[in-house]
Design a protein around this ligand. Structure first.
Ligand code: NAI
Ligand code: MG
Length: 363
């Protein structure tokens, strides 16, 4: 089977972090004949500088043809004044739209070595391993009408519309149930059916999808506000959480902070399975941005980007064992006391991007 990866390092620390993934891929190809083919393009400000677009048609075509896209980060003060349509973020939005990436996966894992430095009590986060599945292409961020209207009496009205159709809820919950089967077989669906019609439908469709195809998975429902509380109180009660675009945006940011630095957090975005091959389009990226404040200094934490590649191994190529070995290597290097500056604490050894990447790859 082909393993075509399309790399879009982007701006700021994006290329620095991606450099460590490139080394890992080269090592896997050499040592284990993993057979990855890589091609690379431009996105964000660097693409704008090269040809005036946040991503070129040529690179879009390559992204669509690849088995998986690895994305670094885009943006930075250099491009703050470029026209809205070609701003760096437009490249990422275009990718999400054209690859139809409707499912955003954000794991919150607490590496044992970092449990003590979490903002929560050690016992609350130690051993934490949950996955938030956020609907990414629907809901209130996209629903129409979406406008500000002038009421004419010195008042204006801002309107956003939460819209979900059955098929959107079916496909996102299907992803959540399928992922749960590879984990601890438990899904918690979160909405606000007590005050939102879209929440009533969400609850109905998740329940029906469960009954029809995934009755072997344990399903719970929770109101999304209560879910936020439970995430902070006792996150280990969850395995997979499935929720809409808005709640997912907030709940995944809350979950992120359970585990420490933004430099540690990977993500995956998945599309519908291809009609012929059954393979899902997919894009893997760290949660962090281009970090202009530390770009070019060689101190960025490469773990979020490396762990994003780990998700790629797992979800795009079924390389579950290799993904687990990568996670174990990251945990072992943290256990050995190496830290980039963002996760540095007393008694540990501070290293830069390249040394951290080298240590993980060597493991
Ligand atoms: P950011 O995630 O780039 O940085 C926030 C803070 O975390 C900074 O202090 C940064 O130094 C630190 N940080 C982030 N990643 C790190 C890493 N791997 N290692 C060590 N420290 C790390 O978010 P910010 O500052 O809000 O945005 C900066 C630029 O990135 C903006 O232009 C923004 O639009 C863009 N951005 C792009 C995203 C993407 O490409 N998906 C996502 C978020 C922001
Ligand atoms: Mg957010």
């Amino acid at each position: 089977a082909s393993k075509k990866l399309f790399l879009l390092p982007g701006d700021g620390i994006g290329p620095e972090a991606m450099g460590e993934v490139k080394k890992l891929i080269a090592a896997m190809n050499q040592k284990f004949a993993s057979g990855f083919e890589i091609d690379e393009g431009l996105v964000g400000g660097s693409a704008y500088d090269a040809h005036g677009q946040a991503i070129s048609e040529d690179d879009m075509a390559k992204a669509l043809a690849a088995d998986a896209v690895l994305f670094g980060a885009v943006g930075g003060p250099k491009w703050d004044a470029v026209p809205y349509e070609v701003r760096p973020e437009a490249g990422l939005l275009r990718l999400r739209k054209d690859l139809e990436l409707f499912a955003n996966l954000r794991p919150a894992i607490c590496y044992p070595a970092l449990a003590a430095s979490s903002s929560l009590k050690q016992e609350v986060v130690e051993g934490l391993d949950i996955l938030i599945v956020r609907e990414l292409t629907g809901g209130v961020y996209f629903g129409e009408p979406k406008e500000i209207i002038d009421l004419g009496n010195g008042q204006k009205r801002g309107i956003d519309t939460q819209v979900y159709d059955t098929f959107e809820i079916e496909r996102i919950s299907g992803v959540a149930f399928e992922l749960a089967r590879t984990r601890r077989n438990h899904v918690t669906s979160m909405e606000k059916r007590n005050v939102m019609k879209s929440g009533v439908l969400w609850n109905e469709v998740v329940t029906a999808t469960h009954k029809a195809k995934y009755a072997d998975v344990k399903l719970d429902h929770m109101l999304a506000d209560a879910g936020g509380m439970q995430l902070v109180r006792w996150p280990k009660q969850f395995d997979v959480i499935v929720t809409d675009n808005l709640f997912g945006d907030m709940l995944s940011d809350i979950a992120a902070m359970l585990t420490g630095s933004i430099g540690m957090l990977p993500s995956a975005s998945l599309g519908a399975p291809d009609a012929k091959t059954g393979k899902r389009k997919a894009l893997y990226e760290p949660v962090h941005g281009s970090a202009p404040d530390i770009a070019g200094q060689g101190i960025a934490n490469p773990i979020a980007m490396l762990a994003s590649f780990g998700m790629c191994l797992r979800y795009s190529f079924g390389m579950v064992e290799e993904a687990a070995r990568l996670d174990a290597a990251i945990a072992a290097v943290l256990d050995s006391g190496l830290r980039t500056r963002d996760i540095m604490s007393d008694g540990m050894t501070e290293v830069g991007t390249v040394a951290m990447g080298d240590a993980i790859i060597a493991r």
